[in-house]
Design a protein. Structure first.
Length: 211
């Protein structure tokens, strides 16, 4: 009888200790959740946003954009301004951008040197076809290839990752004489018709024949 009583007492004591430990852990977690880290000071004041409301933008997207153009999160972030490594939403809240527009913003948002260069070019010539000569594309190709291994000594400029992957697959097939490709599961290479066969993500996979 005494042994049973002692065993019961040990179980009760263990439960109390466990309950106390759990309570302290929950309190510690709550304290960490309340204490949000703050971004360091940054000398930029975002412009006051005067466009449609966040809900209006959501409604416009649903009405006029293809549903394949997804927004992340149950409550999507609405970005209205960027400056160097930071982004701002419609309320002026600042975010550290660790996403970089899917790796397309390599030197920060609205970098003053990039803005100045684009502004100069827009005032000079916005677009022309490459069937005519222009110094900028030739000089840029030379500058770019000078940073690459010696065997990579020519450039072919395209306007998207999908187009680049299409071209890479075509060149690989022409060079090797092989047609088959290996792609990783859950990979994303673009959604052009030529890339659907190597697209490994069901979100953008369609029930059509792939090349």
């Amino acid at each position: 009888m005494r042994g049973a009583t002692r065993a019961l007492s040990d179980v009760v004591g263990a439960k109390r200790r466990l309950a106390g430990l759990l309570q302290r852990s929950q309190a510690s977690l709550a304290a960490r959740q309340v204490s949000q880290p703050e971004l360091p000071p940054f000398a930029h004041e975002p412009m006051q946003y005067r466009g449609p409301s966040k809900q209006d933008v959501i409604d416009l997207r649903k009405r006029y954009l293809n549903p394949a153009i997804l927004a992340w999160y149950k409550d999507p972030v609405m970005i209205t301004e960027g400056k160097m490594q930071y982004l701002y939403d419609e309320t002026g809240r600042r975010y550290l951008d660790a996403f970089a527009g899917i790796v397309t913003v390599s030197v920060g948002h609205c970098h003053p040197k990039v803005v100045a260069a684009v502004d100069r070019q827009n005032h000079l010539l916005q677009h022309t076809t490459n069937i005519y000569l222009n110094n900028e594309i030739a000089e840029y190709a030379k500058e770019l290839t000078s940073t690459l291994p010696e065997s990579l000594n020519v450039a072919y400029f395209v306007n998207s990752g999908s187009e680049a992957n299409d071209m890479a697959i075509l060149l690989a097939r022409l060079c090797s004489g092989n047609h088959d490709l290996i792609a990783l599961r859950n990979c994303y290479h673009g959604i052009s018709e030529g890339l659907l066969g190597v697209l490994g993500h069901s979100t953008w996979k369609y029930n059509v024949p792939s090349v």
